[in-house]
Design a binder for this molecule. Structure first.
Ligand code: DC
Length: 226
């Protein structure tokens, strides 16, 4: 199926399968996939390791902001990197997940990430997932999808994913973490998680990945006449 040079913005709640869906789309249409959450997670790992965020999640925003000037956070062959160090595994831990939403409320952190994303999206043919891609990062994106699913289904999916990676977790802890993140992400002052007016809702609680892809192809056909 032919698809024009567009940006596909996928936003939505935590653990709704945004990144899995975005990766499938990228593969199907030979688009570049960009995981904006990975950059927020990378900044969070950096903040934890340098003592810019405490156990109770209070943030030394001044020191963090200064340190961002020298933070070489980027995508590489095996995922997300700080300099030459691959941090892909560490950024998926519950330790990082616990602190990423507070870090993502800091305006200078958002500006740091937005700059990287806009740079990467310049050439189009990009599918990007996050919380504010269709509202703030690329408000002119040609196709915007807002993903949602029932919270327990989301917690079960995330727990299974973590278990597969060897991290032992219980459903209640995962559910609590994702509900807290949803709340913080939706209520922060800068670029809160909200559906763009022109985004199409995809509730995938009861859908397989194949069904989601079919749904998207139908949408593209209707929109772009294929
Ligand atoms: O998609 P994810 O779970 O990896 O995202 C991790 C956190 O990063 C999420 O809780 C909120 C933040 N985030 C954001 O604020 N804006 C984005 N565009 C992407 C992620």
């Amino acid at each position: 199926m032919h698809i024009p040079d567009i940006i596909i913005a996928i936003d939505g709640y935590s653990s709704t399968g945004k990144s899995s869906f975005a990766k499938i789309i990228a593969n199907e249409f030979s688009f570049l996939y960009l995981d904006s959450g990975a950059l927020y997670r990378g900044v969070t790992l950096f903040a934890i390791e340098n003592g810019f965020i405490s156990e109770d999640c209070s943030i030394d925003t001044e020191r963090l902001e200064k340190a961002l000037d020298n933070l070489d956070l980027h995508f590489g062959e095996d995922g997300t990197y700080i300099g030459t160090r691959c941090i892909e595994q560490e950024i998926r831990s519950l330790t990082v997940a616990d602190k990423v939403s507070p870090i993502a409320t800091v305006p200078s952190v958002r500006a740091f990430v937005d700059k990287k994303l806009r740079e990467a999206g310049k050439k189009k043919r990009v599918v990007m997932d996050g919380r504010d891609i269709g509202t703030t990062v690329f408000p002119d994106a040609e196709l915007k999808i807002f993903m949602t699913a029932d919270p327990l289904t989301r917690a079960e999916r995330r727990a299974a994913e973590m278990l597969a990676k060897g991290e032992k977790v219980d459903i209640e802890t995962v559910l609590k973490n994702l509900q807290e993140r949803d709340y913080i992400d939706s209520h922060r002052e800068t670029s809160p998680l909200t559906k763009a007016v022109d985004a199409i809702i995809l509730d995938n609680s009861k859908m397989t990945m194949q069904e989601q892809l079919e749904w998207l192809k139908d949408l593209i056909s209707m929109r772009f006449g294929n």
